[in-house]
Design a protein around this ligand. Sequence first.
Ligand SMILES: [Zn+2]
Length: 275
Amino acid sequence: MPELPEVETIVRGLKSELVGQRVKEFRFLSPHLEKEQLPGSFQPATYKGRKILDIRRRGKMIIIEFEGRLGWLVHLKMTGQLFLTEPECKIDKHTHALLKFYRLKKELRFRDIRKFGFLNCLDLTQIEGKIGNDLGPEPLEIDLASFKRLLKTHGKKRLKNWLLDQKIIAGIGNIYSDEILFRAGLNPFRLAGSLTDREATRLYRAMKRVLKEAIAFKGSSISDYVDASGERGRFQERHQVYAREGRLCPRCRQEKIIRKKINGRSTFFCPGCQD
Ligand SMILES: [Zn+2]
């Protein structure tokens, strides 16, 4: 599933091409997205003639703002893709929505093989309300004191689950939680409330560093993730523990990376140098 660095990469790519573009046509290509619209959603035709004013990320979600306070709230979930392509490029059966512009040759497509993703056509007030209720602070924006407070407030959660909980902190998923905990040298089974002040600072710094590096490498392409121009990311080549079960730990070079389940989620870590 695309996490913060992947979604951020997509948003930056789309933003540079689409802000200022006026919508010529928006339509659904399959009944699936149409059926999943929330109450109060707008019809695709409402978007015609409106300019895109902004594209931003919140957690793992993408918000596209159109003129007149109209918006899209997009979550890619497992296999969703939101990318620009040439109109000649063949549309396959997994492409569920299409957006064309007056002054841009490329078109924007929403493609999703497993159909867990969503694209909701709401006004900005509805979008902001929805996000405000569902998501904790942004990991790249939160300050150290607030971060430490959140560790205490949700102290009974294991670190892995703490990082995955979008209501505590938004945008981190299975890959980056493992990479962050490895970087911080912390065992994923530890309780969030058990961290010393120094350990909490280490976790905070590791979180920011890992996410920033991953953005610099345009995210991790494990399965279907591609950026706004359909390119794969490169951060998967730099993973230290994620999906590296049985390999020698790149830090201590003594132990092998192991895989354990925490709340049903696979967690990769070094039993030697993460404590
Ligand atoms: Zn190790």
